[in-house]
Design a protein around this ligand. Structure first.
Ligand code: TXA
Ligand code: MG
Length: 328
């Protein structure tokens, strides 16, 4: 793990993979204009090839190179939120490889807000061409928890990735908000740190939020995703203590993730209390799930979140983690 940008650019130019930090989660990057390099991402992750990837670029100037039609609303969102945790889905230019778009006629674009990602993108563009992009999904094996530190990437992918740039822990901690601007009205495909209320402040109206489950246009939209191996259960605040007591009487040690209920002295459980605000909670969630997975416990009990729009993005990740976690 290093900050060797020159080596990173050399690897990308040679069609190899480089993992790098973004402000959301770590990405597993390849030259987005090189289909053979992009194919290595799918192989390393064990990801189905019809899942499209996000193309990361250094700035707004690159957008026209990748996207054919850029509606005014998309420019407004870019102005407001880039560099930052927002991905826009736009009609693609014909040349953009199917390997990147999963064969769709759209492309996902993002200018990430992390200084290491931006430096890498700028240097890559100097070498590979002004508008060059790095295709990168989260740097985890398919269906698993996204990495929020370089050590997590190492744990997920090990030898499969020749270089990991270490930019420290990710500030946001959950994946970018995805807004589809390719079909007229903007539609939120994946909730994130940038919430509908923030989008509304720019758009002047509340964006639509996609809930229907069709083809996996967004792999995060598969019901089971972002999952630890240990079984997980959401338990209401009121029932939490009774629930873990009952587990103890069965002889099971469970892990507890709370935000409201403080840890109880004298209980044998592994207890993590996360911040009681959604931003702090998102920042710590994936690392907490990973720690629980390593602890050899039989069940993770998670205190249910407030039912309130501010918590929607983390609630979405938790629901999927419960659906995808090991049996039991
Ligand atoms: O925060 C993030 O978005 C991180 C960092 C590395 O940028 N990336 C990330 O990538 O979460 P990934 O592949 O794990 O999730 C991105 C999602 C994919 O599930 C993909 O389906 C969706 O973006 N996506 C990409 N291009 C798309 C397109 N043309 N249409 C619909 N969805 C698209
Ligand atoms: Mg992912």
């Amino acid at each position: 793990m290093t900050l060797d940008y020159a080596r990173a650019v050399e690897l990308l130019r040679a069609g190899e993979l480089v993992a790098f930090p973004t402000e959301t989660v770590y990405g597993l990057g390849a030259d987005a204009a090189n289909p053979a390099a992009v194919a290595k991402i799918f192989a390393a992750k064990g990801r189905p090839a019809d899942h499209p990837l996000i193309v990361h670029v250094a700035g707004h100037d690159a957008v026209g190179h990748w996207a054919e039609q850029v509606p005014d609303v998309a420019w407004e969102l870019m102005e407001a939120f880039w560099p930052g945790p927002l991905t826009l889905i736009l009609k693609k230019q014909v040349w953009v490889p199917n390997a990147v778009t999963g064969g769709q006629n759209t492309v996902g674009l993002r200018v990430p807000g992390h200084p290491v990602a931006l430096e890498l993108l700028r240097r890559f563009a100097v070498s590979a061409g002004e508008h060059a992009g790095i295709a990168a999904p989260s740097a985890n094996r398919f269906g698993r928890i996204s990495p929020t530190s370089a050590a997590h990437v190492q744990e997920e992918l090990g030898e499969r990735v020749p270089l990991i740039l270490d930019g420290g822990p990710c500030a946001v901690g959950i994946e970018s908000t995805i807004v589809d601007c390719s079909r007229g009205e903007p539609v939120v495909l994946r909730p994130g740190h940038i919430a509908p209320v923030h989008l509304e402040a720019v758009l002047g109206r509340c964006p639509l939020v996609e809930t229907a489950h069709g083809a996996p246009r967004v792999s995060g939209s598969l019901a089971a995703h972002y999952a630890p191996q240990t079984p997980m259960r959401l338990v209401s605040s009121e029932r939490l203590l009774d629930f873990i007591n009952a587990q103890r009487h069965k002889g099971d040690i469970c892990g507890v993730i709370s935000h409201n209920q403080p840890p109880q002295a004298g209980m044998p459980h592994l207890w993590r209390m996360l911040p009681a605000d959604p931003v702090g909670y998102a920042h710590d969630l994936y690392a907490a799930l990973r720690d629980m997975d390593h602890a050899g416990i039989s069940l993770i009990a998670v205190e249910a979140l407030p039912d309130n729009p501010a918590w929607a993005a983390v609630a979405d990740r938790l629901r999927r983690a419960v659906a995808g976690a090991g049996p039991g």
